[in-house]
Structure formats: C-alpha cells, structure tokens
Ligand binder design. Structure first.
Ligand code: APR
Length: 255
C-alpha cells in the first residue's frame, strides 16, 4: 500500500492517480531530472578535475571529435565511469512497476542507460546511449581493432574511428527512435513527463503532440518547466518521491 504520509498535500496527486489508473496506453517522456536522485552528473557537473578547463559544448560535437579524437574519447570514458558508479533510483524502478501493470512506452532523452538497468524494456533513446559506440565514417565492412590506451578504436580494414553513440550538438536524432516516439505521442491516451526542462527540441514537442491528439499530460518536476503550460496536471515534486506514489508498487521482497 502507498505511504500516504510522504506527500500529504501535493496538489494534483489524486487526479494524477485517477488518470493513470484509467489509462491503457501511457507515453512516458523522461529527462535528466529522473536521474538526478541517482547522482548522475549533468554535463556541467562532469567537468571536474582535468576537465574543468573545457566547455562541454566544445567537446560534444563531431567537429571537436575530428579535431581531437583522443581528448573527446577520454572525456566520454570519464563520463562512462561516473555513470557506471551510480544506480537506478525509486523513480526508475517505479516505471518498471507501471509497465508490469499496463502498456507503457518509455521515451528518454537520457543517455545514462539507467532505465534499462532498472529493468525497463523497449526504451526509446532519443539522444543515444553513453555506453554504445558506432563508426564515425567507415568502409561498410568495419571491424574493431584493438585500441591503444586512451585512444578510440579504429577499424582494422580502413582505419575509421569509432565514436560514442550519443547525439552530439548539431546532429539529428536517430530517425527510427524519433519516428517511434512521434507515433506513441500521437496514439497514447496519457502522457507522463518526468524530469525535463522542456527546452530541447524535438523531444520537448512530444507532450504537445500527445495533448493535440487528446491525451492528458502530467508533468513531474520540482521546478517550473517549459512544459507546465502544456500540462493538465503539474506535480511539483522530485521524481523519486512522487512516482512511487502514483500507482501501486510491488511489495518489497522478504529477506
Ligand atoms: N525529479 C524530477 N525532476 C527533476 C529533479 C528530480 N529529482 N531534479 C531536477 N529535475 C528537473 C529540473 O527542474 C529540470 O527541469 O529536471 C530538469 C532537467 O533539465 P535539463 O538539465 O535541461 O535536462 P533535459 O530536459 O533532459 O535536457 C534535454 O538537453 O543537455 C541536453 O542532450 C541533453 O538530453 C539532454 C537534453
């Protein structure tokens, strides 16, 4: 049973529970805020120590990678280590529980892979994944070579570089992920938006698409966001405290 004492007077909570309970095809859009309680460092938070002197926008682009592949590769290795050291939080786990109860399509702007580590299946990653690699160019028959320490791997055959599998500044979203996300926004009967500022498009446009197609929109964010005006209900709360209150959670396992 939910612990009613944790969020006693959160405006909109009851109505949100009712809408979620009655929905049968839920579109969930998540952003960096859902990983905040796990301690995932933001772009800027990751600029510590050796990295303090750099601007993330100057590292996270194809031009930067072509200019200084070793530097950018090492920055991604650093971020991979930071993310690998944290764990999914109650908000990630709550979304796994929701998907066990009804059809849910989870679309994330995060590259940290925490939804998948919590156990969510079929996650649509709009901005790629920090732990994936892909070829920068390539001969079409690329195969990985052994990399020198601190250097990105190169193709054995043509010498092409591997690059992190994230969407960099100035790049388009992966086409299939974007198409699938737009489709679910158009066809869902409820849209739940968690932990995004709603400033980065095209992801930020998806809740509006859902709304235009008749789905109510619920926003969970402790701060005002650009999506508040699109929302039917704004729950001003941290995701890790709020989401487990919104639908039944599995009883903790004994032992
Ligand atoms: N629970 C819910 N929301 C939270 C929490 C929390 N505990 N803590 C912070 N937030 C909210 C903040 O109030 C903010 O509105 O999460 C939001 C995070 O906003 P951004 O940092 O702008 O992250 P996001 O919306 O995911 O950014 C989109 O921009 O930087 C690029 O590619 C990157 O995917 C990212 C994209």
């Amino acid at each position: 049973m939910a612990d009613e004492s944790r969020l006693p007077a959160l405006p909109g909570l009851e109505e949100a529970r009712r809408l979620i309970g009655g929905a049968s095809n839920i579109f969930v859009l998540t952003g960096a805020g859902i990983s905040a309680e796990s301690g995932v460092p933001t772009f800027r938070d990751a600029m510590t120590g050796l990295w303090e002197q750099f601007d993330p926008e100057e590292l996270a682009s194809e031009a930067a990678y072509r200019r200084q592949p070793a530097l950018v590769w090492q920055w991604y290795q650093h971020r991979r280590e930071l993310v690998a050291a944290v764990n999914p939080n109650p908000a990630h786990h709550a979304l796994v529980a929701l998907a066990a109860q009804k059809p849910v399509t989870l679309v994330t702007q995060n590259v940290d892979g925490l939804h998948q580590r919590a156990g969510s299946a079929g996650v649509i990653e709009l901005h790629g994944n920090l732990f994936a690699n892909k070829w920068l160019d390539g001969c079409g028959r690329c195969s990985e070579a052994t990399a020198l320490p601190g250097m990105p791997p190169r193709c054995n055959l043509c010498g092409a570089l591997m690059r992190p599998g994230v969407v960099w500044f100035g790049e388009d979203l992966p086409r299939v992920a974007r198409y699938r996300a737009e489709h679910v926004a158009q066809t869902c009967d409820l849209c739940l938006v968690v932990g995004t500022s709603g400033l980065v498009y095209p992801a930020a446009g998806l809740p509006g698409v859902a709304r235009d197609h008749g789905a109510p929109v619920i926003v969970v964010n402790p701060q005002p966001s650009a999506l508040d005006q699109t929302a039917d209900i704004v729950l001003s709360a941290a995701a890790g405290a709020c989401l487990p209150q919104l639908w039944p959670q599995p009883a903790p396992s004994a032992g």
